[in-house]
Write a protein that binds this ligand. Sequence first.
Ligand code: 0GY
Length: 289
Amino acid sequence: MTDRITSWHSNPSKPKYTPPPGAVDAHCHVFGPMAQFPFSPKAKYLPEDAGPEMLFALRDHLGFAKNVIVQASCHGTDNSATLNAIARSNGKARGVAVVDPAISDEELAALHDGGMRGIRFNFLKRLVDNAPKDKFLEVSRRLPAGWHVVIYFEADILEELRPFMDAIPVPIVIDHMGRPDVTQGPDGPDMKAFRALLDSRPDIHFKPTCPDRLDPSGDPWNQFAEAVAPLVADYPDRCIWGTDWPHPNQQSILPDDGHLVDMIPRIAPTAELQQKLLVANPEQLYWSD
Ligand code: 0GY
């Protein structure tokens, strides 16, 4: 791993769609700056700096009010870069941490004070070396009040993860719907399995996000829109949305963030759905205290 990767579009368009007041980009990241916040020696990709000022400029350009910054795997379990971004946001950002499961209760409380409201368990082998379910469960039992866990996995291990997810004692947020094959359509086996998971308990939320990663047909991602709109319609109180900027480790396709925002009215066509997806649902998960 030598070259640093630029994974984001250099000049994203202004979206045609205007998000409602208070809209939250609830899945985004910061990288570095490396000189201040070095990347983890275990990082699977080495990005160019994409710091808080860039993130906040994009937020304003796209018409959002707030961010939820998810600790990216390239920073390992050192949450300093994410905490720095939250601290510089003037109250307009909260975060999701990645922790060593042996973290002390005092350190968890300090993360809460720094604006974290959840921890992320990443099961993608291309991003992390190991994902110890027993230790993840143990730490999920001693999270600060009001926290949730974010889980990132691919559709092929959904069934294998069911007992683990059943045992988690706090609400769950699933990144990118567990990466279903959207080319199967809204009634394909991956979407059916994901709906069964949502039906198994009422406190599982999801992010109908990342058309650029999930739809091989490319921008304007028609297969994604077709597969995902019914899910948002059927579970309107359980979805939150984000750009995924700066699109970790994307190398060949650098999505136009303006076009990603223009996906919102295609998967959430009414003002009521948009208000839930972009405002009410993320507010409840991240700003209820
Ligand atoms: C995402 C997706 C990815 C990467 C990470 O933490 C990360 O590095 O989450 C991915 O490569 O699919 O949600 O940011």
